[in-house]
Design a binder for this molecule. Structure first.
Ligand code: 5GP
Length: 192
């Protein structure tokens, strides 16, 4: 694919690493950036509104979109739900020279790099010191059953390996969320 004017910033990291907080900070800091809305088959959590971060769709609707070629990439995350970035929204914004920022999982990063070219993307990985630290954070925020925790641990191990391929790795330390947000914003400013 030819070189584009805008850059697609991809924020990733294990659940519990603070991606949500970082994304909210980036939305406030870069009001002119595009924050594309992805589709997911998971149910909305309390407080989540359709069309903000996700369009909540049925499996049938999701499959129809796959069939129609609407996704830039899509993946099954944590073994159950589908998540996908919508191609038109992202490609149009990049061609307009806009800064585009989206949270995706590592499968999403790999597919997007392949489709858009690595030079048009910048992957920022939010890391946590260990599985024990992450487990404690997840449990404090929203306790999950053993089966769910086992899935999270498996994903965590794979994600830590994948971090080595990312453009930037930022540590997510307890009580230092502001610093982490500022660091990600600095990277985006520098690279856009
Ligand atoms: P959550 O359900 O907690 O919002 O997100 C679960 C995982 O799906 C997170 O790792 C998140 O980054 C990832 N995710 C969110 N949107 C997309 C997307 O459009 N594509 C892919 N591949 N992953 C996504």
């Amino acid at each position: 694919m030819t070189s584009r004017k805008g850059t697609l910033f991809l924020v990733l990291g294990p659940s519990g690493s603070g991606k949500g907080v970082v994304m909210q900070y980036l939305k406030r800091t870069f009001p002119d950036a595009v924050f594309p809305v992805s589709c997911t088959t998971r149910s909305p959590r309390p407080g989540e509104r359709d069309g903000e971060v996700y369009y909540f769709v049925s499996r049938e609707e999701f499959k129809k979109k796959i069939h129609n070629g609407e996704f830039l990439e899509y993946a099954v995350v944590h073994h159950d739900n589908y998540y996908g970035t919508l191609k038109k929204q992202i490609v149009d914004a990049l061609e307009d020279g806009k800064m585009v920022i989206r949270e995706v999982d590592m499968q999403g990063v790999a597919s997007i790099r392949e489709k858009l070219g690595r030079e048009n993307t910048c992957a920022v990985f939010l890391t946590v010191p260990s599985w024990d630290v992450l487990k404690e954070r997840i449990t404090r925020r929203h306790p999950e059953n053993n089966e769910e925790m086992a899935k999270r641990e498996e994903s965590f191990k794979k994600e830590m390996e994948f971090a080595k391929t990312c453009d930037y790795v930022i540590a997510s330390r307890e009580g230092e969320q502001d610093r982490m947000c500022q660091k990600v914003a600095e990277i985006i400013r520098r690279r856009s």
